[in-house]
Design a protein. Structure first.
Lengths: 111, 892
């Protein structure tokens, strides 16, 4: 996978998207953005467009499935759903996130 | 797997870009809506929404990259890595690619022939609508009166037409130049939807009784004969001595409906009266020479067409009963019906003669490919053992199993694609070689073997399937490595179990089984060819020159023709080097036959066929020239003329069949001529049995009558010359002597040997190719056997070292290796014998003089395989027995 410059952010973004879709089922991109902002009480705000390269990459990796559908406002939108592989990946990402934060926490506490 | 979607993204990038815009634009609009709902005015909401979105173009690009390049990148990585692996093992790559190239090339070559002869549709509009008419007695050639009845009464088709291929001579005199002419009915071009590129095609108005001869040229003939000159419309072509005006050129790519032939000139049916100088083909109610075809109305089911024809059949047949037939023949004729056959791929004599042979060859080459696949699978298995550490490292570093399988499959596909590329080149000249094989001077074959999509698709499909076939199993096994065990062991392959090797041996056993079946099949087909070509045909073809003569134009008076023929024969007989010369209306194994229903006192035929004898009319010396011995009685002589009692010679079969005696001299016969019978003939001699139409036939009862007493058959005559010093070298002299006597005479000169050889094309084709592919199969299997054994010896070096250190001699070690070969061979033979019993049944109809279960062939094939296997085993066994125990154990 070609690496982009905001690697760390990207990794976090993947985790957030996977988690969101895991808990909320099928969603389109805008709803995912809104959900992340809402739940994090606006503490996390990403450049909204950067969500899409991530979504499509995850789709190609087989973690997400996508299909066109209709919103309540009767607009056409692309809806994403988590796959089994995606669920596995979520567990994996959660674990490494826990390790990372634990590591950072220890450094901050003992260094 | 979403490969297809990704590839589509790459190929249909416009569509993909629009989809992306739709998705991203949706996001911006939603955000703007929310901002408006929060109290912002629409315009600034849009601006703010875009600002929050970030760089739209950039995001879109990155999203697109995610869709396309993730996949492409891995693919390119895989391919690059696979290519590097193959470069590092050039020996392996070479053997694998070459085996596959041979296998795939052979398949493509045979398939392109199958495609051209059997599968491809006619180059006309809506070929699926084209049907052929046949009679319910399964005859499918019609007389012109029958065709005219059908033409005038059918309403079920969108159009109907008739055509008959005929050979005409384009040369004014001298060496004949055959023109491939299709005699066609008026509606031929309109019904097929074939247009003209120059002038016009033929229409219904051109096909009226009493018409003059006019010609439409095929595009290819126009190019080749007239250099594509547009002033061709004012010119003429010479057909049997008639200058026929050219009225048009048909569209490019159309050369008649007979697959394998290339029609050069089209003339209307009515013009045959002029061209042949006779109305026989037009008026004759028993001149069967036309194929009748039709274009169905769109969507019309075949049953409806059949029903439509059955309503007119009775009237059609009753109106055309041949008047001179006997009553029971007439009744049978009138009771006939009409039916419809699909003909979207045209008609083909070639197809009728060769489709089964071609499918047999396709079966043979697919088995060869299977053997090649087994070989490559075996090589891959051996390699994957050697690469076990590499796989272990990959898995340990976190590569998913599917990822490893995919990497290995990429390598396999790379091999098969490389094989297919080279194979495609092999196939290009292979298929041309095959067409050359089927063609003969008298019967040239034209097939469009240009690369078309069907052949290309076939090759790609074969490449992919073979790649999967030989790649999947080794890849799967390789990915099942347990990294711990593999990395702990010292990595010289000691760790792997017996399983991998057992599979290798099984594959070799399968190869040997298939090879045995192929070798047995080849043995039978070669035996057939040998039997047919060495059987006693009753004549000796070597050193005999055949000249087929025809005097173009209007017939000359009978006396004059007899005189000319006598003069030609006298001159030829006095040529130096000519041992004997004769003339006849028919030559053995030529394309014509003549039979009559016999009337013999005291003989009642069991069925109509039982009372038929085959005729030829000859001059004296015919039997001396062909070296068919006259067993008793005498040859014709100058006393046998018009007005003297009718005489005949018969062959042994004739004597036995009709007179139940070896000595039929003095007996008489008559034959039926329509409702009457001929004058009686007296038998003056009995000759040895000889073949008449084909070498494989059961000898036919044959009657020879003197040309000098035969009222017909002066149109075309054959000259036979026995020239012991070499027949073909004398051809130019013979030609000039004939033209000195009659400058208008045109002729075709061949050797009798090549005429005989032309009848054995199928046998020779099958024998040669099955022999070649059998040999190839054998070679590939032996490479497989050799590979497995060498690999196994290398694997067991340590063990062999220990055995030797403990006192096992070289002999003992060698016999240990050889006993392994014995096991593999025995397994292969057991399966192979079963397989050959099954497969030889399929070729039973090709065989002659051997049974499919011929024991000699089977034993012989097993012996050949066993001997070759010993050769393959020799080197590994020798290497095993020369292992130096000290060195081997030091490595351990």
């Amino acid at each position: 996978m070609p690496r982009t410059k905001n690697d760390i952010l990207q990794g976090t973004l993947l985790l957030l998207v996977l988690k969101t879709l895991d808990s909320r089922g099928s969603m389109h991109g805008y709803a995912i953005t809104s959900h992340i902002q809402e739940v994090s009480s606006d503490m996390l705000r990403v450049e909204e467009g950067s969500l899409y390269p991530a979504l499509h990459r995850m789709e190609q990796e087989g973690w997400l499935k996508a299909a066109w559908g209709t919103t309540e406002k009767n607009r056409q939108a692309r809806f994403y759903t988590l796959t089994a592989a995606g669920r596995k990946q979520l567990a994996h990402e959660q674990e490494s996130w826990a390790r990372l934060t634990e590591g950072v926490r220890r450094v901050l506490r003992y260094a | 797997m979403s490969w297809i979607r990704r590839l589509r993204n790459l190929l249909r990038s416009d569509h993909h870009a629009r989809e992306l815009d739709r998705e991203l634009e949706f996001h911006v609009q939603e955000r703007a809506d929310d901002l408006v709902a929060g109290g912002m005015n629409r315009q600034s909401a849009e601006v703010e929404a875009r600002r929050r979105f970030g760089n739209y173009g950039n995001q879109k690009e990155q999203t697109r990259d995610a869709d396309v390049f993730v996949w492409l990148d891995t693919l390119i990585d895989d391919v690059r890595y696979a290519a590097r692996m193959l470069r590092n093992a050039p020996g392996f790559a070479l053997v694998a690619i070459l085996s596959l190239a041979l296998g795939i090339g052979a398949n493509t070559a045979i398939f392109s022939l199958v495609n051209a002869v059997i599968l491809r549709s006619l180059p006309v509009k809506h070929p699926e609508q084209i049907v052929q008419l046949a009679m319910t007695d399964s005859n499918s050639t019609f007389t012109n009166p029958l065709w005219e009845q059908i033409r005038d009464h059918q309403t079920v088709f969108a159009g109907a037409f008739a055509y008959g291929p005929q050979q005409y001579n384009m040369a004014p005199s001298g060496e004949a130049r055959a023109a491939a002419v299709d005699v066609v009915s008026g509606d031929y071009f309109r019904t097929l939807g074939v247009r003209s590129v120059l002038g016009r095609t033929l229409t219904v108005n051109d096909d009226q009784r009493g018409c003059p001869a006019i010609a439409v040229l095929s595009y290819a003939f126009w190019q080749q004969e007239f250099g594509g000159q547009r002033d061709v419309l004012g010119k003429t072509v010479m057909l049997n001595g008639n200058a026929v005006p050219i009225v048009g050129v048909a569209q490019e790519g159309f050369a008649g409906l007979d697959v394998g032939k290339s029609t050069q000139i089209f003339v209307p049916i009515c013009s045959v009266a002029v061209l042949r100088g006779s109305f026989a083909s037009i008026e004759g109610r028993s001149n069967w020479w036309l194929s009748v075809m039709a274009r169905a109305k769109p969507g019309d089911p075949i049953d409806h067409m059949k029903a439509g024809l059955s309503t007119i059949a009775k009237g059609v047949f009753e109106a055309t009963i041949p008047p001179r037939w006997r009553q029971e023949q007439k009744d049978r004729y009138a009771a006939n019906g009409l039916t419809v056959l699909p003909a979207s791929n045209g008609l083909s004599d070639l197809r009728r003669r060769y489709s089964k042979a071609l499918y047999t060859l396709l079966g043979i080459v697919s088995l060869v490919l299977l053997i090649a696949c087994a070989n490559v699978a075996n090589l891959l298995l051996a390699r994957s053992a050697a690469r076990q550490r590499e796989m272990a490292v990959r898995v340990a570093l976190g590569a998913a199993r599917m990822r490893v399988v995919r990497q290995l499959l990429t390598e396999s596909l790379l091999l098969s694609i490389a094989g297919a590329l080279i194979g495609f080149v092999f196939a290009q000249w292979g298929s041309r070689l095959l067409v050359g094989f089927l063609s003969s001077a008298g019967n040239p074959i034209f097939l469009d073997l240009g690369i078309d999509y069907d052949v290309l698709a076939f090759t790609i499909l074969v490449a992919l399937v073979t790649g999967m076939l030989f790649g999947l199993m080794p890849a799967w096994r390789a990915s099942r490595v347990a990294p711990n065990a593999a990395l702990k062991a010292n990595g010289r392959g000691v760790i792997e179990g017996q399983g991998r090797f057992a599979i290798g041996k099984l594959l070799v056993a399968a190869q040997i089984a298939i090879s045995l079946a192929l070798v047995v099949g080849a043995g039978l087909l070669i035996g057939t060819f040998r039997n047919v070509s060495s059987l006693d045909a009753g004549f000796r073809a070597a050193d005999v020159l055949l000249v087929s003569m025809r005097r173009p134009g209007a017939p000359i008076p009978r006396d004059q023709a007899v005189q000319t023929n006598d003069a030609i024969l006298t001159r030829l007989r006095s040529l130096p080097g000519v041992a004997s010369a004769s003339m006849s209306t028919i030559t053995p194994l030529g394309r014509t036959s003549w039979n009559e229903e016999m009337v013999v006192d005291g003989f009642t035929p069991a069925d109509p066929d039982d009372g038929v004898a085959f005729f030829n009319s000859t001059t004296s010396d015919y039997f001396r020239t062909l070296q068919t011995p006259i067993l008793s009685g005498r040859d014709f002589n100058s006393g046998d003329r018009f007005g003297t009692p009718l005489v005949a010679l018969v062959n042994e079969t004739m004597a036995r069949h009709f007179y139940k005696t070896e000595n039929a001299i003095g007996k008489t016969f008559r034959y039926r001529a329509g409702a009457r019978t001929s004058a009686p003939y007296e038998i003056i001699g009995v000759v040895k049995d000889a073949k008449y139409q084909t070498l494989r036939e059961k000898t036919l009862p044959t009657v020879f009558v003197p040309i000098s007493q035969d009222s017909g058959s002066l149109g075309g005559l054959n000259v036979e010359l026995r020239i012991p010093a070499g027949a073909s070298a004398a051809a130019p002299r013979v030609r000039s002597v004939i033209n000195e006597v009659d400058p208008r005479m045109s002729m075709t000169v061949t050797t009798f040997e090549s005429q005989v050889a032309a009848t054995l094309t199928r046998e020779r084709l099958l024998a040669t190719l099955s022999g070649f592919f059998g040999g190839l199969a054998l070679l590939l299997s032996m490479i497989g056997l050799y590979g497995v054994l060498s690999y196994n010896v290398a694997r067991r070096r340590g063990e062999i070292g220990v055995r030797m250190a403990l006192g096992a001699g070289q002999r003992r070690i060698a016999s240990m290796v050889l006993s392994e070969v014995g096991g593999v061979l025995a397994t292969g033979f057991v399966i192979g014998v079963g397989l050959s019993f099954l497969s030889t049944k399929l070729i039973a109809s090709f065989l002659f003089g051997v049974k499919p279960t011929d024991a000699t062939t089977l034993v012989g094939s097993i012996t050949v395989l066993a001997i070759v296997a010993l050769f393959a085993a020799y080197l590994p066994a020798r290497r095993a027995s020369h292992v130096d125990p000290v060195e081997a154990l030091r490595e351990e």
